[in-house]
Write a protein that binds this ligand. Structure first.
Ligand code: UDP
Length: 379
């Protein structure tokens, strides 16, 4: 009856569902939660502000094809994300750039450090903190130690439970030091949030006569893997299975639970028009939460009150909280490889997305990758 079964109605699953459906395949999408859009899910809260239930999602891409593809399903509110970090009691722009330098140091020192940066790097260069720390130049060494201590060390420890050296360097390299004066968080050409939210966007992607959506359904209740074969509603399923959940769950954790990092999301409505100096303020030091997001500054809303979100990182525990990030340690990667080898035994199952592929995909990477997978699978 179905040509394709997709587990998970997040960004990856929904894009693949749409592609297959548009290419005349009958698609069944199975989603455990009672809503679509995965962790991009947003909703309007009781004071009329659009909040991102599973943490802030800011769409950005340099890829015009991805931008055009998604633009078929939504209008946009152009929004260039800005973040400040609370350093020694003052909110300063991050990624750390030449403006930040002048906000945190007295003029003479800031000028000296700026010269050192410009003498050693081209204007516009983005330097990962772990690379800047290797610098032989004494001024740059001083600057790297300062930024490492004030911005990266304690934030990363809170966020991941490990210091920056103990996790993949690609994680802290997402927020490089910029030899320039651009205060935005991302530098991509296209930056925006869907005008009516991500949930609407994903609903539109899934709105196709060839797609059947089953919400509130754990795939284990309707599917089974046995002897390298797939059974759907107890009958042999010979079509394509796209899996976007945690890979260990597909195999009932037979090699043990894969580590994921979770976050406790605490929303608060505050009786003030604007709460903070930027849409997101990071708290690298001295607090249990990592950052505060003020959604009104992302989705402009007239309201005498405002809604904020504090994020408290914690380990993922199945059934208790949500998996948000794979863990980027060597041990976690090798645990994942076992499941990935198991998956390779099934010719018609493809793992796609952040949880299933165990990768730090941004939304645009997810969409891009889903479209690439489609072009290899279209049968
Ligand atoms: N990071 C940090 N301090 C900051 C911002 C980021 O140490 O103020 C590090 C931290 O390890 C974080 C990583 O950079 O997990 C990536 O940050 P990003 O903002 O991209 O994280 P996400 O929004 O994906 O949670």
């Amino acid at each position: 009856m179905f040509d394709v079964v997709i587990i998970g109605a997040g960004m990856a699953g929904s894009v693949l569902a749409e592609r297959f459906a548009t290419n005349k395949k009958k698609v069944l999408v199975i989603e455990r939660r009672q809503h679509v859009a995965g962790n991009c899910y947003d909703e309007t809260d009781e004071v009329g502000i659009l909040i991102h239930k599973y943490g802030p999602h800011l769409f950005h891409t340099d890829d015009e094809q991805i931008w055009n593809y998604l633009s078929r399903f939504t209008d946009w509110h152009v929004y260039h994300h800005r973040v400040k970090a609370l350093i020694d009691g003052a909110p300063v722009p991050i990624p750390f750039n030449l403006n930040t330098l002048h906000e945190v140091f007295p003029k003479i020192l800031a000028d000296k450090l700026e010269s050192a940066l410009l003498e050693n790097y081209e204007y516009g260069k983005k330097i990962p903190i772990l690379e800047l720390k290797q610098s032989a130049n004494a001024d740059l060494q001083f600057l790297a130690d300062f930024i490492y201590e004030k911005i990266f060390l304690h934030y990363t420890q809170k966020q991941w439970g490990f210091s920056p050296e103990k996790i993949s360097g690609a994680v802290t390299a997402r927020v490089p030091i910029l030899v320039g004066r651009d205060d935005r968080y991302f530098y991509d050409r296209f930056q925006a949030v869907p005008k009516r939210g991500y949930t609407e966007l994903v609903k539109n992607i899934l709105d196709h006569k060839n797609i059947k959506l089953l919400l509130n359904t754990d795939f284990h209740d309707v599917m089974e893997l046995r002897d390298e074969k797939i059974y759907l509603f107890r009958k042999r399923f010979k079509g394509q299975l796209i899996y976007t959940g945690q890979l260990d769950e597909l195999f009932k954790k037979k090699f043990g639970a894969l580590p994921y990092r979770s976050i406790e999301m605490k929303f608060e409505t505050v009786d003030t028009e604007i709460f903070q100096a930027a849409p997101v303020v990071n708290y690298p030091n001295n607090y249990d939460f990592t950052r505060i997001t003020e959604f009104k500054q992302i989705h402009p809303t007239h309201s005498p009150r405002t809604t904020i979100l504090k994020e408290y990182p914690q380990d993922y525990v199945a059934g208790e909280n949500e998996p948000y990030y794979p863990l980027f340690t060597d041990a976690a990667r090798s645990a994942y490889e076992k499941y990935s080898a198991e998956l390779a035994r099934f010719k018609n199952i493809t793992a796609v997305g952040r949880l299933a592929e165990y990768r730090y995909y941004d939304m645009d990477d997810t969409v891009k990758h889903a479209l690439e997978i489609f072009s290899t699978l279209n049968f």
